[in-house]
Design a protein around this ligand. Structure first.
Ligand code: SF4
Length: 147
């Protein structure tokens, strides 16, 4: 199985605040060639750092009020090229992100509250049939738990 992983989980400094959220198990997958990284928000052309963004009423909004839905869609499409080029069949995604989250995402209030939903890229990955994991729910082969 080849994974695509959220770049920030592999240690890339691509988050809105210029930081990352590295997980050792995810980094090892990349180092051993079993995973490739992608960050749809970086691929969108938005800068790093950038104001935080959240989804609200089906749109993606910067905390400054700017609607960046089109940029997020563009970044997700570019990230899908990586998925196709490498034949990825599973993804490990940053939880709750407006791009990468699935199941629940930040609710648009910029308070840390969440609501049911999925990120712009996560939706594309699900529609393409990839198996989705997050840092809160890593693949069984990385946790040592039975599938
Ligand atoms: Fe991480 Fe995804 Fe946000 Fe990029 S878009 S910083 S990969 S959560």
């Amino acid at each position: 199985m080849k994974y695509v992983v959220s770049g920030c989980l592999a240690g890339l400094a691509c988050r809105y605040d210029g930081g990352s959220k590295p997980y050792e198990a995810v980094r090892r997958l990349v180092e051993t060639g079993r995973a490739v990284t992608a960050c749809p928000e970086s691929l969108s052309g938005l800068p790093v750092p950038r104001p935080p963004c959240e989804q609200r009423d089906g749109r993606v909004i910067m905390r400054t009020g700017e609607d960046v839905t089109e940029a997020f869609e563009r970044g997700a499409e570019r990230a899908m090229r990586t998925v196709r080029e490498h034949g990825c069949t599973a993804a490990i995604l940053k939880a709750r992100s407006p791009s990468c989250g699935f199941g629940e995402i930040y609710d648009g209030s910029f308070t840390g509250a969440t609501c049911p939903g999925e990120g712009v890229w996560a939706r594309r990955l699900r529609e393409a049939g990839l198996v989705l994991y997050s840092e809160d729910d890593l693949p069984p082969e990385l946790t040592g738990k039975a599938d």
